[in-house]
Design a protein around this ligand. Structure first.
Ligand code: GDP
Ligand code: MG
Length: 428
């Protein structure tokens, strides 16, 4: 059985926590897109980790963790991250890396940084992890697969060819030092030694695992609204964040993905620029950020303060739809306990027209939030295990959102730790 755990919003919904929790019963956890720009926070018996590239199954000793072919593999960061997890006392995780995964090259990171520098005020707010140049090259067919490391002649020839064009950019557009293909080749040979124990035909491994009925989790990075096709383009990421892409980025038959669990947070937050209709500002935002508490509303990778806002039913219903969500998890509801009243965005006003449909970016820019105000619950709800034991107002908040997003909320997360979860006995 294959399940996907994906974000319904702008990212940082708590996918890491939910994946770590499900990993206890899983055989395999796969990252299928994105790269080391992720920050998935998990808190369990080994401590607190902000995972960037490693799947959130690394703290479950029986799980095989896979870096799928769809991922942007930064080998140095990969090695450092394994080291930091093991140093924290986690048993050495089992990890496989797809031989078809493409590698983050040093010039991807440089070009990402230089382009943001060139754009200055108009920049994308990139994490400067090289993601956009990496995926641009992948689709321009000048990327480097892990398998390329094992054909040295071909690798040298390709490096020369690719450095030629990158150097034109570096010289004439960015006015920066040029690349030396021989140096890059030498560092790639070091990377080959690091990655060698992990490299395998992971898609074949996964197909076999599916046939054997193994329990497989696909872990998404970011969320629906950062998808390059269905999100707030161009303020999106560069690889698809959707469960459907999980079939490609991991290498499993699409019809085998039986459950799609959309993770959504009880309020909104976003890192970086881009449309965010229910955003709040000033003191109101500062208060929400502060009460974000363990949700630590600073990017786990970037440490940038996240932008804050009320829950957006329009964006989240759409976010669940484009994921094909079969169920949803509502996280961080405990962070709202300070509020007398909780606002929820239920519609957009676009040039005087009220809509519940999430529009294309050009219209989204003009959208104003239409709010409904619900009573707050004003008490600490951490530690509660039973949905019925939640205060009425908290239950109503969950049920209200569930109706609006038209997706069953089967779990409510009321704290950042693995065990802080309320299962609702609803079937659908
Ligand atoms: P991801 O990128 O979707 O994995 O999410 P992040 O880990 O980047 O951000 C989510 C933040 O919320 C992390 O700091 C988590 O520890 C925290 N978190 C997750 N679920 C809950 C919850 O139910 N309550 C609280 N207070 N924090 C949570
Ligand atoms: Mg995150």
């Amino acid at each position: 059985m294959v399940k996907a755990i994906v974000g319904a919003n702008w990212g940082d919904e708590g996918k890491g926590k939910i994946t770590d929790m499900f990993a206890g019963e899983a055989d395999i956890v796969v990252r299928f897109q994105g790269g080391a720009n992720a920050g998935h926070t998990i808190i369990n018996e080994y401590g607190k980790f902000a995972l960037h590239l490693l799947p959130s199954g690394v703290c479950s000793p029986n799980v095989v963790n896979i870096i799928g072919n769809g991922v942007a593999l930064d080998i140095e960061k990969f090695a450092k991250e394994i080291e930091s997890v093991v140093n924290a006392g986690v048993p050495k995780p089992k990890i496989l890396v797809s031989e078809r995964a493409q590698m983050m090259m040093p010039f991807h990171i440089l070009l990402d940084t230089y382009e943001e520098e060139r754009l200055a005020q108009r920049q994308f707010g990139s994490t400067k992890s090289g993601i956009a140049p990496f995926y641009s090259d992948k689709y321009a067919k000048i990327g480097f697969q892990v398998s390329d490391l094992y054909d040295e002649e071909h690798l040298k020839e390709k490096l020369n060819r690719v450095c030629e064009v990158k150097n034109l950019l570096l010289e004439h557009v960015y006015h920066k030092p040029l690349l030396n293909p021989d140096d890059i080749f030498a560092s790639l040979m070091k990377h080959r030694d690091i990655i060698a124990p992990y490299v395998s035909d992971t898609a074949k491994y996964l197909r076999q695992a599916v046939r054997e009925g193994k329990n497989i989790l696909l872990e998404g990075q970011l969320g629906s609204l950062k998808d390059p096709d269905f999100g707030i383009y161009p303020m999106t990421t560069s690889s698809s964040t959707l469960a459907g892409y999980g079939a490609v980025g991991a290498g499993v038959p699409p019809y085998e993905i039986k459950e799609i669990i959309a993770v959504t947070k009880a309020y909104s937050s976003a890192v970086g620029a881009g449309e965010f209709v229910s955003e709040i500002f000033g003191e109101e935002a500062a208060q929400m950020r502060e009460h974000g508490g363990d949700a630590g509303e600073y990017g786990a990778t970037t440490k940038r303060p996240r932008r804050m806002g009320w829950f957006d039913c329009v964006a989240t219903r759409y976010g669940c739809e484009v994921q094909g969500a079969t169920q949803a998890v509502l996280t961080a509801i405990d962070c709202l306990s300070y509020l007398d009243e909780i606002k929820v965005c239920v519609a957009y006003d676009i040039d005087g027209e009220i809509t519940r449909d999430f529009p294309v970016t050009s219209k989204l820019k003009k959208a104003m939030p239409v709010y409904k105000t619900l009573p707050g619950f004003k008490c600490d709800i951490r530690g509660i295990k039973d949905f019925d034991k939640l205060p009425e107002e908290a239950k109503n908040y969950v049920v209200f959102i569930e109706k609006e997003i038209e997706t069953p909320i089967t779990m409510v997360s009321n704290g950042p730790r693995r065990e802080e979860i309320i299962f609702r006995n609803i079937r659908f």
